[in-house]
Design a protein around this ligand. Structure first.
Ligand code: FES
Length: 149
């Protein structure tokens, strides 16, 4: 997703990347961080829940980064990727910042196994994530307990 946005950078206004993990040992593709941090057309924020001695940066869950940026709700689209518990709190805070439900997108790719509609592992109520997603608009899934549990 991020690569697609950056590959078509001129199609977007501000691009803000917020990335959080439990600890620095959990970083995926940390080389990308430097690239994002050095770009003048990207705002990159990093946080960890449990810092190591050599970690320098924000400490706290991902929602601690949201107050660091000013957002224009009607012009903001949020793409949220992570575990269900994170969705619950990030979406809560995005809605509190007046981001419209239709501007919040979430990926449920992590629930997929066969990816061809056979195993049922990805089912969320009437959706098969592998067939109907894997990305869904918050307005589509907000009533589905499976999306946030
Ligand atoms: S991943 Fe198997 S049915 Fe969707």
């Amino acid at each position: 997703m991020i690569d697609e946005v950056l590959d078509h950078r001129s199609m977007f206004g501000r691009v803000i990347i917020m990335y959080g993990t439990r600890s620095p040992a959990d970083f995926l593709f940390p080389d990308e961080f430097r690239t994002w941090d050095e770009r003048e057309d990207v705002e990159f924020y990093l946080t960890v829940d449990r810092p190591t001695e050599d970690y320098v940066g924000n400490v706290g869950v991902i929602t601690t980064l949201l107050p660091k940026v000013e957002l224009h709700p009607r012009n903001t689209v949020a793409v949220v990727i992570g575990p269900p518990i994170m969705y619950r709190f990030v979406v809560r805070d995005l809605l509190a910042r007046h981001i419209p439900e239709g501007n919040i997108w979430m990926s449920f790719e992590r629930q997929m196994k066969c990816a061809v509609g056979k195993c049922g592992h990805c089912q969320m109520h009437h959706f098969y994530t592998c067939q109907d997603g894997p990305s869904f608009n918050y307005a589509e899934v907000k009533g589905l307990e499976e999306a946030f549990a």
